[in-house]
Design a protein around this ligand. Structure first.
Ligand code: SF4
Ligand code: SF4
Length: 179
């Protein structure tokens, strides 16, 4: 299973990913300059937030045990059997926002204007997610979860051995994606 990982040390907070995500996934026209004139304004499925003046991109991690799936009252959130991605059937969503309370990563967003919840589905119909393709600093990367977990396991073991496991590392990446 491949998910979007983030190199925090490469993210400049430019929000290009947000802009193109909103255009690709939320607009009718699929053209940037036209989409900004649409009403309601198209919304992104990926968000860039700030934390201690460090930009942090937030998007669904497609958790193996996803609390949002249990929380959804209508079965709008489901796991795609082929790709294992957690996806939303917007036509089943009633906009109760219960899922937004249960996602531990804050990766589901209410869209009150349309009365639905929004989340990243990793652009399943495209070879690469649009945010990964457009990021000017290559801060976003499609990563294999198993490979990543093996990498993480090695990194943790090394930090524990060094006695620095809980020190803050400026190069530590979201999703613990490390290189
Ligand atoms: S929306 Fe949140 S809880 Fe659901 S799979 Fe994505 S990260 Fe996990
Ligand atoms: S907002 Fe939609 S997706 Fe979320 S719990 Fe309610 S019905 Fe399900």
């Amino acid at each position: 299973m491949k998910v979007i990982g983030v190199h925090l040390d490469r993210c400049t907070g430019c929000k290009t990913c947000e802009l193109y995500c909103a255009t690709e996934r939320g607009s009718n026209s699929k053209f940037l300059l036209r989409s900004v004139q649409e009403a309601p304004l198209p919304q992104a499925r990926v968000r860039v937030e700030g934390c201690n003046q460090v930009p942090v991109t937030l998007q669904c991690r497609h958790c193996r045990q996803a609390p949002c799936l249990d929380a959804c009252l209508t079965g709008a959130l489901v796991r795609d059997p082929e790709t294992q991605m957690v996806v939303i059937h917007e036509n089943r969503c009633i906009g109760c926002w219960t899922c937004t309370l249960f996602c531990p990563y804050g990766a589901i967003y209410p869209w009150p204007q349309r009365g639905i919840a929004l989340k990243c589905d990793r652009c399943l119909y495209m070879e690469n997610p649009i945010c990964v393709d457009v990021c000017p600093t290559r801060a976003l990367e499609l990563v294999d979860v198993d490979e990543f977990e093996a990498l993480l396991h090695g990194k943790r073991a090394k930090l524990i051995q060094e006695g620095t496991a809980f020190k803050k590392d400026g190069k530590m990446l979201l999703l613990d994606l490390v290189k």
